[in-house]
Write a protein that binds this ligand. Structure first.
Ligand code: MN
Length: 500
């Protein structure tokens, strides 16, 4: 028992240290009270790792404090398993720590009451989580911190369960972090889960990256030095100039796209330049292109055209004097903060109450709730969640300049049904980016495409093979509906003929 007390004291200390970095003395005191409350509530419970259970919520809260999230989020992190796993009630928590904290704890534990088993239960849990998330985005931060610690502890979990938890992190949690623009969390989730989800590939990527980084680091140092000189001569002040390494799972994803050939990955290491304002971003880009030749087709202005998740920066890849390519990323401090923390950026530094996450992120969550309500079959829900909702998105334009948001891999048919069901039913092809030759209905669209759907008014309706072409549940539902109606009409006219 002595060792257990020592472990608890250690985790408690680490949490308070993290809290003290950014919180007021009063807030740290409140976190301390919550820690002691949780320690008493979880007394005697042990985790699979053999450590006292309370080390888990204490570590979850430490991560939240390290993310510089406000007091009520950190406290709810400390208490996140109290309601589910001990005899304390939500009323108890509300009385001691206030209704806000109780609300967050209830959001995180809402999933506890489900009666179903196996996959059914899992799917129901996910649905509930999304509803809780829509009510309060802060619930998600606690879920992420909880997951991260569970992944860190995965070694001790039995292999089958371990694989499932790792896959869930890759298929559900990391994509959610991505949609919230929380790239730092996404990268941590993925790199922790990767070795358990795909052990052999993870080892392969690990050694590949180690080799290549070594090769490239000299080049990076040299480029950084020269860049520093150029910016000083041009009188452009910069906040920071650093190189970043692409995280392993993201390298893996790219390798799979490029025949497992690492020489095809240009942004394995990238130089990141943070300057004070947008004008300076473009000035830096000009200075870089004056000195080095940019690689064709690799200049991306995500400041003028942000990614669907809100990401902003300018990217360019240049050819170094000695050969070899280096990607450069140019951004302002605010863009940098948003790129790393996304929706959480708004909550960091304790700007309590006054700030709400960007509109686009809230809109996404509400779309998600609408979407999940319309799906009745649990299997459709899970499939749709993975292939549609949590996939990367593309933005496609109508001839009038309206923007349509679609999952990656969506086809002109998906686009047509988004515009209008009647246009979907009568579509025969698409004119993309004004090209003369029509694009077939099954060829996926690219982000930024301008799409005009060509219809044939004489067309009777969708054909059954369209069900294999579309990517969105919405288009699929509309096609199924029309096919069923066609079938009914045929049967009734057949009946009419029989009775005639
Ligand atoms: Mn937990």
């Amino acid at each position: 028992m002595r060792e257990h007390d020592a472990a608890i004291a250690n985790y408690r200390e680490r949490l308070l240290d993290a809290a003290m970095q950014t919180m007021s003395q009063e807030d740290v005191g409140a976190v301390e009270a919550a820690a002691d409350y949780a320690i008493a509530a979880h007394d005697g419970q042990i985790r699979i790792s053999g450590l006292p259970y309370v080390t888990h919520p204490l570590e979850t809260a430490r991560k939240l404090a390290a993310m510089q999230l406000p007091r009520e989020v950190v406290i709810a992190g400390v208490l996140h398993d109290v309601y589910e796993d001990t005899n304390r009630t939500l009323e108890d928590i509300a009385r001691v720590f206030g209704p806000q904290v109780a609300h967050l704890v209830s959001g995180v534990t809402k999933v506890g009451k489900v009666q179903l088993r196996g996959e059914q239960r899992y799917i129901e849990n996910l649905r509930k989580m999304f509803v809780a998330l829509a009510e309060d985005v802060r619930v998600m931060f606690i879920k992420f911190a909880d997951r991260l610690h569970n992944l860190e502890d995965l070694e001790v979990v039995e292999p089958v369960k371990r694989h499932r938890i790792a896959m869930e992190a890759l298929e559900i949690y990391a994509p959610i972090a991505n949609r919230f623009g929380m790239m730092s969390i996404k990268a941590q989730l993925e790199d922790l889960a990767f070795p358990f989800a795909h052990p052999e590939d993870a080892a392969w990527v690990q050694s590949l990256v180690a080799e290549t980084v070594q090769e490239r680091s000299a080049l990076c140092i040299q480029m950084t030095e020269e860049l520093r000189r150029i910016l000083t001569i041009k009188n452009i002040a910069f906040e920071s100039l650093s190189s970043r390494m692409k995280h392993r799972y993201s390298v893996y994803q790219k390798l799979l796209q490029h025949d497992r050939d690492i020489t095809q990955i240009y942004d394995l290491t990238a130089l990141r330049i943070v300057v004070h304002d947008i004008a300076d971003c473009y000035a830096v880009l000009g200075a870089i292109h004056q000195r080095w030749k940019p690689l064709k087709g690799r200049i991306k202005d995500y400041i003028a055209n942000p990614k669907p998740n809100g990401y902003q920066s300018i990217h360019t890849t240049i050819v170094a004097d000695a050969g070899g390519c280096v990607e450069l990323q140019i951004r302002t401090p605010q863009m940098h903060e948003e790129a790393e923390w996304g929706a959480a950026a708004a909550w960091r530094y304790h700007e309590r109450g006054s700030y709400r996450p960007p509109e686009r992120q809230l809109r996404w969550v509400h779309d998600l709730i609408e979407w999940q309500r319309s799906i009745k079959d649990p299997q459709d829900f899970l499939a749709g969640l993975k292939t549609e909702v949590l996939r990367d998105r593309i933005l496609v334009f109508t001839p009038r300049g309206d923007v349509i948001d679609l999952p990656e891999g969506a086809t002109p048919l998906d686009f047509a049904y988004q515009i209008h069901t009647g246009i979907g039913h009568r579509a025969i092809g698409a004119r993309v980016n004004g090209k003369q030759a029509l694009q077939p209905l099954d060829k996926p669209l690219q982000s930024g495409d301008l799409v005009e759907i060509i219809t044939d008014p004489k067309r009777k309706g969708p054909s059954p093979d369209w069900l294999y072409i579309v990517r969105t549940t919405y288009a699929r539902a509309k096609i199924k509906e029309a096919l069923r109606a066609q079938l009914r009409n045929q049967t009734s006219s057949w009946d009419a003929a029989k009775h005639a």
